[in-house]
Design a binder for this molecule. Sequence first.
Ligand code: NDP
Length: 297
Amino acid sequence: MTATLIDGRAVAERLRERVAARTAELAQHGLIPGLAVVLVGEDPASQVYVGSKTKQAAAAGLRHFDHRLPATTSTAELIALVEKLNAQADVHGILVQLPLPAGVDSAAVLAAIDPDKDVDGFHAVNAGRLALGQEATVPCTPLGCLILIREATRELAGKRAVVVGRSNIVGKPMAQLLLQNDCTVTIAHSRTRDLAQLCREADILVAAIGRPKAIAGDWIRPGAIVIDVGINRIVGPDGKNKLVGDVDFEAALPHAGAITPVPGGVGPMTIACLLMNTVNAAIRSKAGAVGAPLGVK
Ligand code: NDP
């Protein structure tokens, strides 16, 4: 058996098309979803991410407001900017690009964001809403993973899901989403005993570890859906840099039923879900007057 590839680029493109179509409808109600992007300092990777986010936002018809601040910006100055954006009616989503420079209290800055404009879904209020099964803004990467899982199967109820990694931005919200979808969920981490055996029980395996090829091929249950969140840079046998996931992809192919590649799997979904979260924040700001938010198909 060779696993079916779950094509994140194609799924993300379809999601961006849905976002663009909904944005065009909203424009007829005079509502243009607005995303404020705050970038502090000169970190090259952050500049690339922010560039992609604003470009894709514009392509989908969203308005974006760019705030580029020097690395010397203080926590108080950043919080003041966030409060201004909280009050700005044409801003529906606020994204503060992480990591913030050393010396800035990131937690305090993120906590200052109005939870209804927290399109990254990192605010404690959104984490709490998700845990309580209430309408919440869900962090973009696990939301994208759920959409990819649903590409592979619509029958999640009763499935055994194992999420490897317990970060607040990927592992924990991923587990909550799978639980909401009636999976039986186990969260594994660096102190988990016999990870290999645990993974072998998984109908759905999500790896969000940050260690190249940490999940071996024979850890995959035959036919399992494997979602590889990891993005790891390694030097390949040809001496060139390459990106690999947390799963040994080649070794997993004969075992898995469906698997996401790296790159081209989870990665493209993250920004597409950010756009979806922003459009949904705009829709919710009108309290039902412009229809329902976009859902996970
Ligand atoms: P974190 O470093 O915050 O969390 C990693 C998790 O993996 C921790 O819970 C840690 O356990 C666990 N872990 C580490 N080593 C092992 C091990 N040997 N066995 C089992 N568990 C282990 O990472 P993130 O959640 O932020 O990111 C995970 C990966 O996903 C990274 O490669 C990151 O680059 C990628 N990523 C990709 C995104 C995308 O858009 N595709 C977006 C976000 C992240 P413990 O808690 O015990 O330390």
